[in-house]
Write a protein that binds this ligand. Sequence first.
Ligand code: NDP
Length: 500
Amino acid sequence: MDMQSTKHIPPSSPREFGFFLNGKFEHACGREVFERNSPAHDIPVSRVPKCTHADLDKAVASARQAFEDRRWSGLAGSDRAAVLLKAAEIIRQKQEEIALWESLENGKPISQARAEVGGCIGMYEYASGLARMVHGDSFNNLGDGMFGVVTREPVGVVGLITPWNFPFLILCERVPYILASGCTLVVKPSEVTSATTLILAEILSEAGLPEGVMNVVTGSGNTIGQAMSEHMDIDMLSFTGSTQVGRSCVAAASRSNFKKLGLELGGKNPQIVFADADLEDAADGVAFGVAFNTGQCCVSGSRLIVEASVASEFTELVAAKMNKIRVGDPLDENTQVGAITTNAQNKTIMSYIVRGQKEGATLVCGGSQLDLGRGQFIAPTLFTDVKREMAIARDEIFGPVLTVQNFETVEEAVAISNDTVYGLAASVWTKNIDKALMVTRHVRAGRFWVNTTLSGGPELPLGGFKQSGWGREAGLMGVEEYTQVKSVHIEIGKRSPWIT
Ligand code: NDP
């Protein structure tokens, strides 16, 4: 299919999805149903069942059975790799369909969704190699009477809770790695963006994933998500979303079965720009870093920290770029920034924009809703005269809102960058290698970009410092995260007796 010339239109009626239990789709059958409106078109596009607690218990039991009978973990890594590679091939065939559902439910531009799905293919391919190479260690230096072996085993049944900002990408930064480790899983996508997770369940089944290995429950976070975090038979929970819900997952794990946790939470990520940077390039990167995915991005570069000597010149460059961003219908191939995904998020972003002005920051561009006839859109927004104590400088807004603070020295740039409870990501723009390395070394963040931003692939792990979370996803660590380590002590010959 010539993707670029495919002109999509929203569906005339919503598509009914079932949830995925033990290798089969189960339909609503009397359960309540959640209907999702496209945030860009204001029309219903999909319907998913609201799973009950009993449905969740069945999904966990199905994943447990599949784990215990070793239908997946007992396979050779090469057999698991074959399924992941086949899944990559089917995702490639269905790239356009998946991109369309991402766009319809999330509001992101179709061209961006297509690129994200393209990136996900590589994650299955890369994780397939890891399924074959994950290994432990051995100790042959314990004396003639002892040999030590360290093995890695899959952690068991994993609960995976994913958010609405990158429904397919965040899913695929985790699922192939979890499957490579040999775990089984129960996934709960955000209720507002369930479609592509359900499509993935079908793809994996078609690729040969045994039934019960991946189950998908649909429903809201505060019912099904909360029940997952409290569930006694889930061995590990991987949660991506707000710091507030991340905290509740920690509390739930501690009062239930002490399940292992992986948490990827919020960010308030600095974009540090030195006077010696290629300012044109940096301005483009900074505008992209904050407006990409309407700023609904945990690694969004939402704080511009710029060297004072070029601050006004650079801010003007960035504002000019932001004013040129094409905000519009996500199904239009030319659109760069689409709709705000949820009504709640739209309100949150607008309330921060109002608060920023009330607290004395200067609005340089944007600052308002865009009336495109339907849907909810916000113009990319830039604030100067921002003080460290202002809410817009401290809180994760999760919208296309950039704040500007100035610095005089490298040390000050580092101090402002670290003046946040978060530590997810950071970018530095400079042509001076010493400055780049100083900043990279001293800013506390799990992902770093030098003279670029928001790029990446399946090889490098993702995760945060400080209150941005625990653990790492993707890369080799993304498989190891879903394993437990077992130390095996092997006596060689006869033990020296204790009782003589
Ligand atoms: P949430 O943290 O509420 O949602 C993220 C995921 O968690 C969704 O699948 C949600 O399900 C689920 N969830 C909600 N409540 C619970 C719970 N009690 N127990 C377990 N799972 C739960 O984020 P919001 O959607 O409310 O967004 C609020 C803010 O969170 C944003 O403004 C942004 O700052 C941040 N955020 C950060 C993300 C990131 O990538 N780090 C992603 C999304 C949000 P459901 O949606 O079905 O209710």
